[in-house]
Design a protein around this ligand. Sequence first.
Ligand code: UTP
Length: 412
Amino acid sequence: MKPIPSEIFGSTRTSSEKHLEEYNNSGLKQISDGKVGVLLMAGGQGTRLGVNYPKGMYNVGLPSQKSLFCIQGERIKRLINLAQQKYGHCYGLPWFIMTSEHTMEPTEEYFRSKNYFGLKKEDIIFFEQYMLPAFTFDGKIIMENKYKISKSPDGNGGLYKALRDRNILNEIKKRGILYLHAHSVDNILVKVADPIFIGYCISKNADCGAKVVEKAYPSEPLGVVCEVDGKFQVVEYSEITSNTAEKKNFDGSLLYSSGNICNHFFTTKFLDEIVSKYQDKLKLHIAKKKIPYVNSKGYECKPTEPNGIKMEKFIFDVFEFCTNLAVWEVNRDEEFSALKNAYAPGGKDNPCTSRLDLLNLHKKFVVKAGGKFINDSLICEISPLITYAGEGLEPYVKNKIFCTNLELKSEQ
Ligand code: UTP
């Protein structure tokens, strides 16, 4: 196991303003030319969050009451506007949304009811991933009820099979899309179709890219992007010894610090290669889970301990097949806050931490644009239709002092 080589690694921390602007302009130009698509992975079951509807519909309690889907949709809309303003046109930024048996119908219905967040209906394409059966530890298929095999979605790496067999890759090609930004649904700070990330990956001539955050501490439960036996891969935190996880560089930073956040860049060409050559070579990971089952008397039971395994493919398992991987490190405060768990006092990655992380970022945007808050307890939310990453806020906030909570809404 080796850390990723420095020549494929870039970071917002160490890149100059000039380089960041160049990446941004290059990414935005591709967006305006209609060469970029978004692949949203929204087929998970969200078991830890524990709601019986798709996670993307979750409202973390922002003043606007916006859901994750809504925030992401509005960011796409803003990017389209930015691309139009800068390059005079934007030929569309299609949003491909992977759902699963459980999330397909409610997701589609939700988007319909929200009028597709003001985006063009034909630029939002839903597709369903496949399911895999669950097994007992001795390899028997589990029955959910007397007449139904217990199945669960085949993991976010099920994306590749779904792209092929649901004819989505052909649609991507038909639309002339060259670059895809793929990400999870549950990161409230996600910069959807991030032009800087796209521009950086293009500058590196990458066929595949991973956005990462610096690991906060050695045992943080984030997989790390690294090289194993000469191949790039993500090593799960459970797969490395604490000795390895704690290894440091001379400057005291962690040797294995590139925390994977389910945020990737792909060229269409690379996706095409994966689905045609490597899709069936992707390994299956197993997770021991509590899986409801029907017992031999026909009663439906809910186990209190793990009683079987679910199998999943992971999106990042294609890294080993790429020619040029690029890794782009971003600031966690600005780009990563995952919604994984139900609220618990002092807990992590829950609705409360997601909400606070977004509100804090928006406050930072205001301060950077020349506004001030009279005290730290005030909160601030800005519509993504007004700003994508803090730009364009001066007319609203410069030289203003805010004494009450601030919610900047768009008139669109
Ligand atoms: P997670 O692995 O965190 O799973 O997914 P989850 O479903 O959100 O939550 P738990 O583990 O059941 O509590 C990371 C991202 O991958 C997507 C999820 O929707 C999320 O955006 N995903 C996961 C899929 O699209 N399909 C899957 O089969 C699994």
